[in-house]
Write a new protein. Structure first.
Length: 638
């Protein structure tokens, strides 16, 4: 393990001392209690933060360990439009609030930790601590009237960001305008606007034209006017002309009655059928009833001439079977042929087929699984679609139990009771790493020379300096790697790659977290941390230790505008599999590691790096312009 220390700037030290004096727990009239009062160091989101994700876990970091029993829903609350329900947890000086449901868009939430918070010695938070933040706004879209068109562009967007929504009319419609609360905001189908809180936009369309479909058997129908489409309100005259031996009887579909010619007003797309009957022949109706199934008629007509044969075919619904005919037909022949010699009413009867049912149990950790359909029991042969949904920080990997493979969604057929597990794996947390390219071959790389004053310095990795190639106090016995003692194009290229990597680190801003000036006593998760001035590690005991907790693939980037300084005897501890190669310290000026301190990560300093006597490093010392100074140190390239 490696450790490091930060020397406080005098003014900060005075402020820190005053904070202890003001918030101290001692009471002249009470028995003295060990330790200091709990103090809130930081929150996520920070006070005044905006555009906070709706699935945000809300956390508070304290200055020391707490009594976990005092961290609960009574001492840690989040309020929005009303009190927010969720799970309160505590670990390693961090109290977390995980909302039961997603936060509401564009809503101000206030967090409160109360004086009921205590440390293991009974010291309490001296006064309630509150802070507020605002969630990200939502842009929602709809159309009017229904089914008149389609819209795209809805979603969650940062407040004051530019968003473009698109409206596309369906056939027979044209776009008119966008409205919010019935107030017109644009007449452009492609509308760009600046997000101002939650915005519910309606795309409005107008009907432009309709179609008229005319069917006829044993006759014809003429239209006046005869057009492909008709404007809204157009009157069309339909005239039915029967074939020889037939006469017009009635209209059906979107028109009724027996008027001929017939005026039809086009206020929607319509289908009209002209019906004709054979002159001098009796016609009859055939009514067919069915429950738990259907019946098809061949031919399928409203009226049948006397003597017409009609074939009835019964089709059972899933889980049923045809059993018999009743009414004006009997027996169980299927299909059944009947002769139309009178009006008839016939019923097809179906019975339930006995069927096996099975249960489906789905397990998931670090994710959820939806079932479609979602039922307690499934009939034999039912297909069920399983969809795995990973929690934040995880991804779906495979199915196990009574299913295998990694298809997602997965369709299974219920032919037995089944137990299926969805497996999820953790994905990298934090930002992407910084590519050092050829600079990564060096454990020490300088811009203006390297000096060593100690007798027991040992370096693992290449060592070089450019353009000033001066190296003093080191020879090949100190270096397990290549020691470049003269100007070399290899070192020159490494310096170019170092500058690229340094600029990459300084330009990172996405999801940046505020980096305190004092890191001792903190446990930090993977992420991008930023401080515009100086930072480091100071203190003794637990307060002189910075813990980085994450997996072997997680990345930490610490970006500071000025210096990085660690006090003597301080250290960094890696937990959960975190690796030094994935830790980057982007230092605005110079870095100094205190005597006998232990440090992890790649230091990319703009000016210089100094390792005081006995300081050790699992990482790299890389400076763009200044020198690297060593004194009996051990540094190993990860």
């Amino acid at each position: 393990m490696l450790f490091k220390t930060l020397k406080l700037i005098p003014s900060l030290a005075v402020a820190f001392t005053m904070a202890i004096m003001v918030t101290g727990c001692a009471d002249d009239d009470a028995e003295e209690i060990a330790g200091l009062c709990p103090i809130v160091l930081s929150t996520i989101p920070v006070d005044g933060d905006v555009d906070v994700p709706l699935d945000q876990v809300i956390s508070v970091t304290f200055n020391g360990e707490l009594n976990p029993k005092t961290v609960n829903s009574e001492t840690y609350k989040i309020n929005g439009e009303s009190s927010l329900t969720g799970a309160v947890s505590y670990s390693d000086m961090v109290a977390s609030f995980t909302p039961e449901t997603n936060l509401l868009p564009f809503t101000v939430y206030t967090g409160t930790v109360t004086t009921g918070i205590e440390d293991p010695y009974g010291n309490a938070l001296q006064q309630d601590y509150t802070w507020s933040f605002t969630t990200i706004p939502e842009v929602s879209l709809s159309v009017s009237p229904d089914a008149s068109g389609t819209v795209t562009g809805a979603g969650l967007f940062n407040n004051e960001s530019l968003v473009t929504v698109e409206a596309t009319p369906n056939p027979g419609f044209e776009f008119t305008n966008w409205t919010i609360d019935d107030v017109e905001v644009s007449t452009d189908a492609s509308y760009e606007f600046e997000v101002d809180g939650n915005m519910a936009l309606v795309a409005n369309f107008e009907i432009t034209s309709f179609t008229l479909t005319v069917d006829a058997l044993n006759g014809t129908v003429s239209k006046a006017p005869d057009q492909v489409t008709y404007d809204n309100g157009t009157e069309v005259i339909l005239t039915a002309t029967p074939d020889t031996g037939y006469e017009f009887s009635s209209w059906s579909g979107d028109a009724t009655g027996a008027d001929n010619p017939l005026p039809v007003t086009m206020d929607a797309s319509k289908t009209v059928t002209a019906n004709f009957t054979l002159i001098g022949v009796n016609t009859f109706t055939l009514t067919v009833n069915a429950e738990n199934g259907t019946v098809s008629k061949n031919p399928d007509e409203l009226n049948y001439d006397e003597g017409t044969d009609v074939i009835l075919t019964a089709n059972a619904n899933s889980g049923y079977e045809f059993s018999s005919w009743s009414g004006d037909a009997t027996g169980n022949n299927n299909p059944l042929t009947i002769t139309m010699d009178a009006d008839k009413v016939i019923t097809a009867n179906f019975t339930l087929i006995p069927i096996n049912t099975f249960t489906l149990t789905v397990n998931a950790q670090n994710g959820t699984v939806t079932k479609n359909p979602d039922e307690l029991n499934y009939d034999e042969g039912t297909d069920v679609i399983l969809t795995a949904n990973a929690n934040s920080g995880y991804e779906f990997s495979s199915w196990s139990g009574d299913a295998t493979g990694n298809n997602n969604p997965l369709t299974i057929t219920m032919d037995a009771d089944k137990v299926i597990t969805a497996n999820f794996t953790q994905v990298n947390a934090g930002p992407q790493g910084i590519d050092l390219n050829s600079a990564g071959d060096f454990v020490v790389l300088s811009g203006s020379g390297i000096s060593n004053t100690g007798v027991s310095t040992y370096l693992t990795g290449d060592v070089g300096s450019f353009p000033t190639a001066t190296i003093t106090g080191l020879d090949q016995t100190n270096v397990d790697g290549t020691l470049y003692t003269t100007a070399s194009p290899i070192v020159e290229q490494a310096k170019i790659d170092l500058t690229t990597a340094y600029n990459d680190g300084q330009s990172r801003t996405l999801n940046a977290i505020s980096l305190p000036g004092q890191l001792g006593g903190l446990t930090l998760a993977p992420g991008l941390y930023e401080n515009s001035t100086s930072t480091g590690i100071s203190g003794t005991g637990p307060q002189g230790i910075l813990t980085l907790n994450g997996t072997a693939n997680d990345v930490w980037i610490f970006k500071m505008g000025s210096t990085l300084v660690t006090d003597p005897g301080t250290s960094i501890v890696l937990a959960g599999g975190a690796q030094a190669k994935n830790i980057y310290w982007i230092v605005g000026t110079s870095a100094t590691l205190g005597t006998n301190s232990i440090f992890f990560g790649n230091i990319l300093a703009d000016i210089s790096v100094t390792l005081n006597t006995g300081a050790s490093l699992d990482g790299r010392l890389l400076t763009r312009t200044g020198s690297v100074e060593l004194d009996s140190n051990i540094a190993t390239k990860p």
